[in-house]
Design a protein around this ligand. Structure first.
Ligand SMILES: *Cc1c(COP(=O)(O)O)cnc(C)c1O
Length: 491
């Protein structure tokens, strides 16, 4: 399969020139069969053939399309603005462009595209086709002044495979896509790579995004799904959490009327005060699900508040001073109670998140482990599953005594050289130049001031790598920079 990464090609004038009266205008009915074929000798056509596209601005934009892409065209002064132009993105039909007097550029409106990926662009000017050297990068919707984050799909897939291998054979993997962006394509990439048994998502919308990207495995919508979502849950085969009798009754009414059946997970709050019913209230819910011909108890679940590395010892010693042990005990009691009534004997039990796996807490793996954070961690900091790069836009030397930041609580005690980057919509990041970490003096997101005292020969235009610090990943935070996928392997 062709790589999604578009290779850098020399500015290439395609050998063939199409006959197109629409593009050339009715006055110029030229029959050019090849670029080197004898051209018509009218002035206009000689001039037209000298027009060629130089730069596309901006070189990226959202998959929704509709944005103006400006095409700088080098052409003789007499021809300026008079050329016919069309732009083609990937294999979608070419779109006609027009000349914009104000900017002195031609404009094409970018068509929508199904995925955030790089595509080839060809520009047709006066019937001549030019393949542009750089691809157009379709991204997710994000703050479009921010540098594009490129997710390396194969590396992410290797990670998912590795996680799967860490689990005992019988234990299923639920990949938690909590804040990932774009959830649909990330999910698709993951399930193509390894046998992800389930996906767990916070919102119905994320589940829909996964289905639309072609994910086939079961999907759990954790947390509180409003009962009014029944049609979406049924249509997209999403499994919600059952969290109250009122919710069960409401959902049941609709299911009865339309004659459909829904798989649900009974979620139990065993000690976190967040989603789920308290253990004492779980049995009546289990009974209500069991008695309904329209509901199926697919799973019983809880979430741990406080997993840490000492828990295995505590679990083995049944140490009830340990929160994890306590939560496990409450969970087990409820499950035993429910199963004693012949309910949920085949229900999938799932409780642990990444840290359970990280610390090898096998007693809490049950039938399935829900892994989020660990899926997105990089094997080493220098081997990331994404790249995020920007450039230094300005360099200046700050005079001694100059105020630093609002309020002037600090001043430079000596002259210092700084470099500025702009529009990085997250301040939980580190900056690297030539692989070396750079100190951040100010991070206002719109403007970031970096310490260049250790980089005397770094100037404007130098590449700066942006990386999330700690366990955080661009793929696991709610975050608003545009994202694109690269490296292929999505099909
Ligand atoms: C966030 C979350 C997970 C995944 O947790 P990680 O630590 O990211 O692996 C699993 N289950 C629930 C209910 C969660 O909220």
């Amino acid at each position: 399969m062709r790589s999604l990464l578009s290779q850098f090609r020399a500015f290439e004038l395609l050998a063939h020139v199409r006959f197109s009266t629409a593009l050339l205008g009715s006055v110029l009915a030229l029959t050019l069969l090849a670029a080197d074929a004898p051209a018509e000798t009218t002035n206009t056509s000689q001039l037209s053939s000298l027009s060629k596209p130089m730069m596309l601005t901006p070189p990226f934009g959202s998959t929704g399309g509709g944005q103006a892409m400006f095409v700088e065209v080098e052409e003789p002064a007499a021809q300026r603005g008079k050329s016919s132009i069309a732009c083609r993105f990937a294999s979608s039909p070419a779109v006609d462009g027009h000349y914009d007097m104000r900017s002195g550029h031609y404009i094409c409106l970018v068509p929508p595209h199904p995925r955030p990926e790089s595509v080839d662009v060809t520009i047709v000017i006066n019937g001549l086709t030019f393949k542009m050297p750089e691809p157009y990068v379709y991204t997710t919707h994000g703050k479009h002044d921010a540098p594009v984050t490129k997710v390396h799909v194969p590396r992410l897939q290797e990670r998912v495979q590795w996680i799967k291998e860490q689990l005992p054979n019988k234990v299923k993997l639920c990949a938690v896509l909590k804040n990932g962006n774009p959830p649909g394509w990330l999910g698709k990439a993951m399930s193509t790579a390894a046998s992800v048994d389930y996906f767990c998502v916070p919102r119905v919308q994320d589940g829909i995004a996964l289905r639309r990207a072609g994910v086939k495995v079961p999907i759990i919508v954790m947390y509180l799904t409003d009962a009014s979502y029944v049609p979406q849950l049924l249509h997209y085969e999403l499994q919600p959490a059952a969290y109250s009798l009122a919710w069960i009754n409401k959902v049941n009414q609709v299911l009865e009327r339309v004659g459909q059946r829904l798989d649900v997970h009974l979620w139990i709050d065993t000690g976190m005060s967040r989603e789920g019913v308290l253990p004492d209230e779980a049995l009546p819910l289990a009974r209500a699900i069991h008695e309904s011909p329209n509901l199926h108890l697919q799973g019983i679940s809880t979430h741990f508040c406080c997993i840490n590395k000492d828990d295995l010892v505590a679990l083995n010693n049944n140490d009830l001073n340990n929160e994890t042990v306590l939560q496990k005990q409450r969970f087990d009691q409820v499950v035993t109670q429910i199963r004693a009534e012949g309910i949920g004997r085949d229900a999938l039990l799932h409780a642990s998140s990444s840290n359970g796996l990280r610390y090898g807490l096998t007693p809490i793996y049950y039938d399935m482990v829900r892994v989020g954070t660990m899926l997105f961690e990089n094997p080493e900091p220098e081997n990331r599953n994404y790249t995020w790069e920007t450039r230094i836009l300005q360099v200046k030397t700050m005079p001694k005594g100059w105020c630093i930041n609002y309020g002037c609580k600090e001043r430079w005690d000596e002259e210092i050289r700084v470099g500025l980057v702009g529009h990085v919509p997250d301040d939980e990041v580190d900056y690297y130049i030539r692989g070396k970490k750079v100190e951040t003096f100010l991070d206002h997101e719109t403007v970031v001031v970096l310490d260049l005292s250790d980089f005397p020969d770094v100037g404007v235009g130098e590449e700066v790598t942006i990386a999330f610090n700690g366990d955080n990943s661009v793929l696991n935070t709610s975050y608003s920079a545009p994202i694109t996928l690269e490296g292929g392997m999505l099909d």
